[in-house]
Design a protein around this ligand. Structure first.
Ligand code: F6P
Length: 364
């Protein structure tokens, strides 16, 4: 029998289970393939004893509608920067990719399908260079991978954010308030921008367009002066003022990334300091954006990615990541897949259209 290993790494995302099920179903049609899953990203391979489970119809049946990942994940065991606690209480990050590559080779998998975001695909590329037969599947609610038009999970996150935004609009209107809703996305403003358009926000702040607080106050005042006594703002967690800093959670040692959080409160404070007299309330949406069932679009995209990933294995087109571009499923070499991030282009039609709809980015 031939064997393929599935790994889910980094933050979870709606649609991971749909990819797992699609790989399993497509592989089963071939009769001579078995599908395995490494528990909690590559920890299942590192751990002694190893935690690698055989996937079966029972384990994968109907999971495409379930959030999370049945084989678990972690964003705290990047093999390139693996956190090791030191005696003095500090954490040292070490490169364990050589060890991982030799463990994977010893397991004799014919292919390893790594479902993950930019960090995970960088690991895929390195493992491939070290001789491991890798295939990448792009995943992230942030939509920040440049070689695919959409990653699965993004549309679900936008739907969740939009549903929440709609609820904030009615309470903003009743109380004549300024409502600030903080959404995820790390350094990219995709979730914020799509939510602002879908929800009809007055103001949208994204990392790619640093804001001027006085311009935001001007926009708020003009709404109130016209008698439209409420304002709804969507702010991306990585947004910041011109020359300002992003808002982060401090004091976390075990992660290589600082956690972005709190811009809603920072913005609220800056607005008051800049003279905004209106009553302001803040909502930080957080991880609800990553939880629960994927919407139909993401189930379809994730399923197509899963089938394509296994077909690349069959065709021995290794060292590639599946993509969705110009309405078709294709693939790119891993080194191309991770070359650059996908940021919102402030000159794009999307931003111009948002401005055409009256959305203010704090820059004019
Ligand atoms: O990359 C996905 C993401 O949800 C980001 O939008 C967010 O900044 C980060 O992960 C949160 O990570 P954690 O789950 O470690 O809090």
């Amino acid at each position: 029998m031939k064997k393929v290993l599935i790994v889910t790494g980094g933050g979870d995302c709606p649609g991971l289970n749909a990819v797992i099920r699609a790989v399993y179903k497509r592989a089963k049609k071939e009769k001579d393939w078995e599908v395995y899953g490494s528990m909690e990203a590559f920890n299942g391979v590192f751990n002694e004893p190893q935690e690698i489970i055989k996937l079966t119809s029972k384990r994968t049946g109907g999971i495409h509608i379930k959030g999370g990942t049945i084989i678990k994940t972690t964003n705290k065991s990047n093999p390139l920067k693996f956190p090791v606690a030191q005696k003095d209480g500090t954490v040292k990050f070490i490169d364990r990719t050589d060890e991982l590559a030799s463990k994977l080779k010893a397991l004799k998998f014919d292919a390893v399908i790594n479902i993950g975001g930019d960090g995970s695909q960088k690991i895929s590329e390195i493992l491939f260079k070290k001789g491991v037969p890798m295939i990448g599947v792009p995943k992230t609610i942030d939509n920040d991978l440049s070689s695919t038009d959409f990653t699965f999970g993004f549309q679900t996150a936008v739907q969740i954010a939009t549903d929440s935004f709609d609820k904030l609009v009615t309470t903003a209107e009743s109380h004549h308030r300024v409502m600030i809703m903080e959404v995820m996305g790390r350094d990219a403003g995709w979730i914020a921008l799509h939510t602002a358009i879908a929800g009809g926000a007055e103001i949208c702040l994204i990392p790619e367009i640093p804001y001027d607080i006085h311009k935001i106050v001007k926009r708020i005042n003009s709404r109130y002066n016209k008698g439209k006594g409420f304002v709804n703002i969507v702010v991306a967690e990585g947004a910041h003022a011109k020359g300002g800093q992003v808002s982060t959670v401090t004091g976390e040692k075990e992660s290589e990334h600082s956690r972005l959080r709190g811009i809603a409160f920072q913005l609220s404070k800056e607005l008051k300091e800049a003279g905004c007299k209106e009553e302001i309330r803040e909502t930080v949406l957080g991880h609800v954006q990553r939880g629960g069932s994927p919407i139909a679009f993401d189930r379809v995209l994730a399923s197509l990615f899963g089938v394509k990933a296994f077909e690349l294995v069959l065709e021995k087109k290794l060292g590639r990541m599946v993509t969705f571009r110009n309405n078709s499923i294709a693939s790119v070499p891993l080194n191309e897949a991770v070359r650059e991030y996908n940021f919102v282009d402030k000159k794009s039609f999307l931003v111009r259209a948002a401005k055409g709809l009256g959305i203010n980015f704090g820059d004019t």
